[in-house]
Design a protein around this ligand. Structure first.
Ligand code: NCD
Ligand code: ZN
Ligand code: ZN
Ligand code: ZN
Length: 437
């Protein structure tokens, strides 16, 4: 027998330790993992000596924009950023223009994405103000339902406890996880200084929001996922309510590694929701991720905006940070500086996010799983927004020292990105839409 491709003699993590292995790929799946010399015959091979062979990142929180916001990002640039960042699966958020509240908009996004994408792309849908108008035709092509209490997709709705319960019931009836941005409904006062902005998105608000969603989750036995946890107190609340897989959560690299005090200037480069918090929160979020497992995974919340929206004075600037091209370098730096164990890296970047959204054949490099793989190299470098493939090039990580980057990205057994260039695509590699297995 001869397989399609063998990744030969790379550094492979087995039982948490670095060892030398070859990974063989057949028909888009991993055919086996072999010791040197035991590999099957192959039609093609890649010499992986000196490279880490890792599962591609699964980023379950990404805004790829497109449609009326393609000046911020589109499926082509967004998924190029993913591939260049070693991310092989992204899940696109519904707060686009128009928002994903009906089958027609979802179809437009799927069509654009099928034509333009370089990686696997999954989707979430929002919930219309009248729950009975929810379009069940969307269910077969989405991975979850997402709501934004501080900025509802349908403008005439307020996230009262009653609304939260209705959304939770819908998620249960739809057999979908309910994802939410933890914050309270807006008080509709325009903040007059930075202080007021931070006060209206406080840790107290984040905790209160999570509390009310957890109450509804318990009442209806729902599957709840908390997006971008930013406060130590929120992680603690989640920890206290952990119940095997029915309550999950994510943290972004910017909430792990940056704090508000790092950015004293008055422009929007580091403006994001939830806001950057304190060094204490950074520390406790890392503990929640690696020690208590209150937080399951890392997600970038890649939120591209136009240049002028990020260089504007803080109050006028847009919230959001591009993250697809910085997650892998930042997280591998934690590993190489011995602050994070390999098993934690593999769990938080790939296997846990796959499990959260029900992708049973992704996130692990083992026989029978999808061949979504990144080859990474240890090399000291600094983050430069101008090198991003994303249209959004302004990052609060500008100039930060990192120790690794993606060299080659393989999606469904197809080499997409290699040594700074795209060799396949768009529209060829990957599955769109990604569906639950
Ligand atoms: C996101 C965006 O720009 O779409 N912005 C952000 O600051 N995180 C929205 C969101 O994730 O809440
Ligand atoms: Zn959000
Ligand atoms: Zn708030
Ligand atoms: Zn987001």
């Amino acid at each position: 027998m001869s397989v399609d491709l063998v990744l030969k003699d790379g550094i492979f993590i087995e039982n948490g330790r670095e060892t030398i292995r070859s990974v063989s790929i057949e028909s888009g799946k991993i055919e086996g993992v072999y010791k040197h010399g035991d590999e099957p015959q192959y039609r093609d091979s890649i010499d992986c000596r000196g490279l880490y062979v890792l599962p591609g990142l699964i980023d379950i929180h990404v805004h790829l924009r497109d449609l009326k916001q393609s000046d911020m990002e589109d499926y082509e640039t967004g998924t190029m950023a993913a591939a260049a960042g070693g991310v092989t699966t992204v899940v696109d958020m519904p707060n686009s223009d128009p928002p994903v509240l009906d089958r027609k908009t979802l179809d437009e996004k799927i069509a654009r994405s099928q034509e333009l994408s370089y990686v696997n792309v999954g989707f979430y849908a929002g919930i219309p103000s009248k729950i009975e108008n929810f379009d069940v035709q969307m269910l077969r092509d989405i991975l979850g339902l997402k709501v934004y209490p501080h900025a509802p997709l349908d403008h005439d709705v307020v996230y009262t406890p009653e609304r939260i319960r209705e959304c939770t019931k819908l998620a249960v009836a739809s057999q979908m996880p309910l994802l939410f941005h933890p914050d309270l409904p807006p008080d509709n006062k325009v903040p007059k200084d930075m202080e007021e902005f931070f006060l209206s998105h406080s840790c107290e608000d984040e905790v209160k929001s999570v509390q009310s969603f957890i109450e509804a989750k318990i009442e209806y036995e729902a599957r709840l996922h908390v997006c971008h946890v930013s406060c130590a107190a929120t992680a603690r609340l989640i920890y206290e309510n952990r119940a095997e897989d029915t309550l999950t959560s994510e943290v972004t690299p910017h909430h792990l590694f940056l704090s508000g005090g790092d950015f004293r200037h008055d422009y929007g480069v580091a403006k994001v929701l939830p806001p950057l918090r304190s060094p204490y929160d950074n520390k406790m979020l890392m503990e929640a991720l690696c020690k208590t497992w209150a937080i399951d995974c890392v997600a970038s919340d890649h939120a591209p905006h136009k240049k002028w929206e990020k260089t504007a004075p803080f109050l006028k600037a847009s919230s959001g940070i591009p993250g697809l091209e910085t997650t892998l370098p930042l997280m591998l730096t934690e590993v190489f500086e011995k602050r994070m164990a390999w098993i934690d890296y593999l769990r938080v970047c790939s296997s846990a996010p796959a499990r959260i959204i029900g992708l049973e054949t992704k996130g692990i490099l083992t026989k029978g799983y999808d061949a979504d793989i990144v080859l990474a190299r240890i090399q000291e470098d600094t983050i430069k927004g101008n090198d991003f493939f994303s249209k959004a090039k302004i990052t609060p990580f500008e100039g930060r020292r990192v120790l690794a980057h993606a060299v080659t990205t393989i999606v469904g057994g197809v080499v997409v990105f290699d040594d700074g260039e795209f060799v396949t695509g768009p529209g060829i590699p990957g599955k769109v839409p990604v569906q639950k297995s």
